[in-house]
Design a protein around this ligand. Sequence first.
Ligand code: PSU
Ligand code: MN
Length: 309
Amino acid sequence: MAPANSPPHPVLSAEVADALAAGGPVVALESTLLAHGLPRPDNRAAADDVEAAVRAGGAVPATIAVLDGVPHVGLTPAQVDRVCADPDLAKLGVRDLPVAAALGLSGATTVSSTALLAEAAGVAVFATGGLGGVHRLASETFDESADLTALSRTSVVVVCAGVKSILDVPATLERLESLSVTVVGYGTTTFPGFYVADSGSTLDWSVADAEQAAAVFAVRRRLTRGAVVVANPLPADEQLDPVLHDRVIADALAAADAAGVRGKAVTPFVLDHLHRASEGATLAVNVRLVLRNAELAGRIAAALAASPA
Ligand code: PSU
Ligand code: MN
């Protein structure tokens, strides 16, 4: 039996275990974006497409979820079916992991808990859509995603298209600075706005390629714990029309407020509202940006495995 003070060890799929044992490239993928960020049944095809994008980048995908109390890193197709089909699946941040593990419950993992489980499994690179962050009106609601503090203490590269544009982006960047999270743009110092290429905020640093992203992480890992966020914008010709973007987000936030939605239900409610209000336009863009991030994460993991110092 494991010592009482060791964390519940994630169960690795055979393919992920083999890749890690060989020092090969592996990319962690979160399951909350599948279970709570994309609508059923489209989420099931997206799950396969995201894994394929990681492989196209040159790495083994490791989708992470908690099933019957057990954290899994790398899921079988039947386990992905479960994550994508269950309308009652819990959304698990770091603070929820002990409850799920102790009570034998199942849930999808957010950025915060996926990063933690990836690090525990020895997976250094993680791809998602957009980070959680500081919500608009957070000065009244105190709604700030646990993603931010988790990234301050978890050693992982997170490839994302910025933070979800339903948030207060400048405030989120300020918090990432306070928390000493390293943030670099991929080929740009324009901070992407998730569905749109430009959030209106800028970054101090950019990396030119996957090798530079891997090199930044290799130094950070030796220097201090905490994440390197690689912000990967959509090309302008693939983004959501910025005018449509601003209109549907304002509507979605007003609808969430009117419905009295609070806490961890806010993000899934708003994303669902956006997908319906834009007649699928936000959904298509959301899937596209996740695929691009997964492919880039695959290349960064491959670069890291090639020069593991
Ligand atoms: N990115 C997406 N779709 C999502 C999320 C991110 O493209 O659904 C999820 C992530 O799991 C992230 C979570 O960690 O939203 C943040 O939720 P909250 O704002 O409640 O912390
Ligand atoms: Mn929140």
